[in-house]
Write a protein that binds this ligand. Structure first.
Ligand code: DGJ
Length: 730
């Protein structure tokens, strides 16, 4: 140790810890032996015990100066990579079976290094089993400005002759200090995705998971706050999300008088991996974070993180085009003239991307036919797609198309040619459902899909793919595979799905991709690292969408949130909603139009044109700005979303009334009449104008006033919306 290092050791030792000097966010410590990873607001401690076991220590606020002293002890029974073996106090992250059938593992530290991965400091901890040929490397990559740590694990079978069975391998765990906690999860179903649900974490294990083989209408996401902080908007909060698009699990394991262990990863239900000698497996990432700022901090951090770090780099900074989608307008009954007819109106109104949805390919007359035959239906498009695409391009719009590569209908040429390509248990002799999964675990299926979609993209000028997936996996049989491969099918499938999208993106780097699975059935950070945006719900009713979108924005940024204006009335509300209101709801994300615009009256066309013009002006703030979700529709009969430019000079504020506005009536007018804004410069003056009123000269307020005193809620009538534009005037 150098002299300077020694002095620092003395000073820091007074605080209960000694650091090696470093300006970095990951610091090696000597007493206790281990590491501390610091982000803007958090500290994550790892302790190496005298016998070489790696344990998680404190995880929480960086401000608590005495955290290391208080927690120089580790959590009993929990390791940084908890394995099956020893005292089974908490949930294991790794469960293996060795060749001699021993099912216990016992890890010891080999070394820990601070490395750089994609420009970020990363702690790499290598452990091995004390006796058996098993190497386990766990990673923690630090993204300090988002208060996020990315965790993942690599397991290697280091034997030269024996296979290693992996019965469970999750991405990692964190341990929260002893307290009573409330969990918020995003649950939901088709047409009602991303609904926040709260529950008290009582002793025992709370498991949220998916077995249906898509993210399943709820992102693999969580947020946990102490019960004592009874407001969810502020206060210490731990959060996280898994980067995986297949079956997943999040476990919250709480002992009676102890801490809470949060574990996340692939769901090994009906799944196992058999690693051959020398083989290794890497888990998907689990992002975890800590913020002192409640759900506000969670959505701010995750929104920025996904937008800047996760979304595909090619279009990360681009504005998402205003789109039209044909699905609700023409379903399976498409033809060139009818689409071009709508395209002309769309172009005049300001639409930038025209997408034809399901129904364009061979034999696709209903939902039970044609799926998997990715050639244009010549009865609907006798000139092929080329002529229509050209006419759409000539109108100044890009062209996009729908595909559902992973499934087929038994009534299709592809199924008739390759019945062995689907996942099923043939001995069950069941009648097949009308849509079945291709076994993407098979190399020939992967190659076929790569060929078919590449051909489509090569032969046609396609700028955008909507990638749908509408099937639940019910019969995961891969009967012609070796026995030790059959139960790997779900994992191999997702590996090849990612490989397929990656390969297509490599060959066609300019093409945009949208993730869809019967609405928002497959929206997770794994898929969002490949897709530029997501179709959030088949429920495009504006009132329902306010709730769905508010939930969505807890985990994902607005520039991924595709939202169409449609003509149907809301499913649950049975409430006619004005076209202006519908636009205002859709304009808070990626604006789209999803119905037959040939029916528009001249007034509606003008309204649509004006709205799209306004949207294009505020789009940079909506897509790249900082979102403060000011008023939750779940607690009020209204909702407010404020998008701020990063420099604090301008904002777009969306306000929605979801019921009648009756000042003073506590029962009906739930929520305050005053709206306090966020993220402005206190000393600056701002002009606030109503975007819908061209004659509004607006009023000027100090930023401090807007944030501390607030404005009167701007929408007076039932089911009225307002977009306020807030601009600095100094
Ligand atoms: C389900 C999607 O969610 C819809 O938007 C539409 O693309 C249909 N599939 C088409 O079959």
């Amino acid at each position: 140790m150098t002299r300077i290092g020694f002095i620092i050791f003395i000073i820091c030792a007074l605080n209960g810890v000694s650091y090696a000097q470093s300006s970095s966010s990951i610091i090696q410590t000597e007493s206790p032996k281990g590491w501390i990873i610091k982000t803007n607001s958090s500290a994550y401690q790892i302790i190496v015990t005298a016998n070489g076991t790696v344990k998680p220590g404190y995880y929480g606020s960086k401000e608590q100066a005495d955290y290391v002293k208080k927690n120089a002890a580790w959590f009993e029974g929990i390791d940084e990579v908890p394995v099956r073996g020893g005292l089974p106090v908490k949930s294991p992250v790794l469960e293996v079976v060795f060749a001699d059938h021993v099912r216990d593992a016992e890890l010891e530290l080999i070394n820990g290094e601070i490395i750089t991965l994609n420009g970020r400091q990363t702690l790499k901890i290598t452990q091995k089993d004390k006796i058996y040929p098993l190497q386990v490397i766990s990673y923690i990559r630090s993204l300090p400005e988002y208060d996020i740590l990315e965790k993942w694990i690599e397991v290697k079978n280091t034997s030269r002759k024996d296979a290693l069975k992996v019965e469970n391998l999750m991405s990692g765990n964190i341990v929260l200090p002893s307290d009573e906690y409330v969990l918020t999860q995003l649950s939901g179903k088709q047409m009602n995705e991303f609904q926040p649900n709260e529950s008290l974490l009582t002793p025992g294990v709370k498991l949220i998971e998916n077995r249906g083989f898509k993210s399943n209408y709820n992102a693999p996401w969580f947020q946990v706050r102490p019960q004592s902080s009874n407001k969810d908007e502020t206060g210490p909060t731990w959060f996280g999300s898994l980067h995986y698009s297949g079956n997943w699990r999040l476990l919250f394991d709480k002992a009676f008088d102890s801490n809470v262990q949060v574990t996340g990863g692939i769901n090994f239900w009906d799944t196992e991996l058999n690693l051959k000698p020398g083989e290794e497996f890497q888990t998907p990432k689990l992002s975890v974070g800590y913020t002192p700022d409640g759900s506000e901090g969670v959505s701010l951090n995750l929104g920025a993180y996904v937008r800047n770090e996760i979304l595909p780099a090619e279009h990360r900074r681009d504005m998402r085009p205003v789109l039209f989608n044909s699905w609700y307008a023409t379903t399976y009954h498409l033809n060139e003239e009818q689409q071009v007819g709508m395209a002309k109106i769309a172009a005049e109104t300001g639409v930038e991307l025209f997408v034809i949805d399901d129904g364009w390919f061979k034999g696709r007359t209903t939902h039970t036919t044609g799926l998997g035959d990715w050639e244009v239906d010549k009865t609907k498009f006798p000139n092929g797609l080329g002529s229509m695409i050209k006419r759409i391009n000539d109108l100044g719009m890009k062209f996009g198309i729908w595909v559902e590569p992973e499934s087929v209908t038994p009534n299709s040429d592809i199924y008739r040619a390759h019945p062995d390509w689907i996942l099923s248990y043939p001995s069950r002799k069941k009648e097949l459902p009308y849509r079945v999964f291709l076994n993407l675990g098979k190399e020939e299926v992967y190659q076929h899909l790569l060929g078919a979609i590449s051909k489509l993209l090569k032969e046609n000028k396609i700028d955008f793919i909507k990638w749908d997936q509408n099937t639940y996996l019910t019969d995961p049989g891969w009967m012609d595979a070796p026995a030790d491969v059959q139960r790997e099918v779900r994992i191999r499938y997702i590996q090849n799905l990612y490989r397929l999208v990656d390969e297509l993106k490599r060959s066609f780097p300019k093409v945009w991709f949208e993730s869809c699975a019967s609405g928002g059935g497959r929206i997770d950070y794994g898929m969002m690292s490949k897709m530029d945006q997501a179709w959030v719900s088949d429920n495009a009713g504006a009132l329902d969408r306010i709730f769905i979108q508010y939930g969505y924005l807890s985990a994902l940024p607005a520039n991924t949130m595709v939202s169409w204006v449609i003509d149907q009335i809301d499913n649950f509300w049975m409430q006619p909603i004005s076209l202006a209101y519908k636009f205002d709801v859709s304009m808070s994300g990626v604006l789209g139009i999803g119905y037959d615009i040939r029916k528009w009256t001249p007034e509606e066309r003008t309204l649509a044109k004006n709205k799209i013009e306004l949207y294009k002006k505020i789009r940079p703030i909506v897509h790249q700005g900082i979102l403060h979700r000011l008023v939750s529709p779940f607690n009020n009969n209204r909702c407010a979303l404020q998008y701020n430019a990063a420099d604090g000079k301008s904002s777009a504020l969306f306000c929605y009334n979801m019921a009648k506005y009756l000042p003073g009536s506590v029962l009906i007018d739930r929520g305050s009449n005053i709206l306090k804004l966020k993220g402005l410069k206190a000393e600056s003056s701002y002009r606030i104008t109503k975007a819908n009123d061209v004659n509004d000269k607006g009023s000027i307020y100090k930023g401090g006033f807007l944030m501390e005193i607030g404005i009167t809620w701007p929408a007076k009538n039932a089911f009225e919306s307002q977009i306020l534009l807030i601009n600095e005037v100094n």
